[in-house]
Design a binder for this molecule. Sequence first.
Ligand code: NDP
Length: 248
Amino acid sequence: MSDDEATPDTSPTTTARVVLVTGGSKGIGRGIAQRLHAAGHRVAATYRSGDVPEGVLGVRCDITDPGQVDAAFTEVESALGPVEVLVANAGITRDTLLMRMSDDDWSSVIETNLTGSFRVAKRATRAMMRARFGRMIFISSVVGQLGSAGQVNYSASKSGLVGLARSLARELGSRGVTANVVAPGFIETDMTAVLADDLVKKYTDQIPLGRLGAVDDIAATIEFLASDAAGYITGALIPVDGGLGMGH
Ligand code: NDP
């Protein structure tokens, strides 16, 4: 066999980046921080309660507070350097039917999921433009496209992220900054642990792959989007949902 015919080296190689994950204390954000750290990136994650995985720089931050967002970025910049990969993951639910939804149910979800993501993206932008490199990844949800009874606030916040990311993709593409959305389906975390068993079964029956997703299903996709190999992907909405939302 000649050298040309030798099996190519397929081991993953990617540039180590400074990564900031919001909401890294548990669930999907924690799994993302853990996986990106294991992949060799320098990772920081925000927390409000609890802690962050070992080896990850924890920065206390409530993303509904602009001062705390600014301070968190400053802390990451001085410890690790400017943020190159931003994963806007922190999110909440306040589910109830529209007829019963209070203004506070609406605004707290929009403020955290959508405005919080706007706030961290804005704070990350200047350094990314200066570096002529950046990856912004927004964690949406399958219900952002499908809609969901009892979740008008959450669903609106999650589809809002698509418009936000696609506008950013257009604003920042010429500076080497990409903006993409990952839309998880039904993932086993604290957020979904509160759902009634019959509802979980109803959803599972609708998932072509026949199982709920694991945190690492999402983290693996984020690892790819942060890698050198994903450099030509921007403005994409990537479902990681076992097929639950396909067709949208
Ligand atoms: P969890 O409830 O397990 O974790 C949410 C994380 O967000 C926590 O770390 C929490 O921090 C943080 N957070 C919440 N509010 C704020 C805030 N104001 N400021 C800073 N951090 C905050 O949720 P999941 O891991 O399940 O969800 C993560 C993301 O994935 C969310 O955006 C969610 O909408 C999305 N998603 C989840 C799905 C699922 O099936 N689980 C499906 C589709 C999307 P702390 O606990 O320290 O307050």
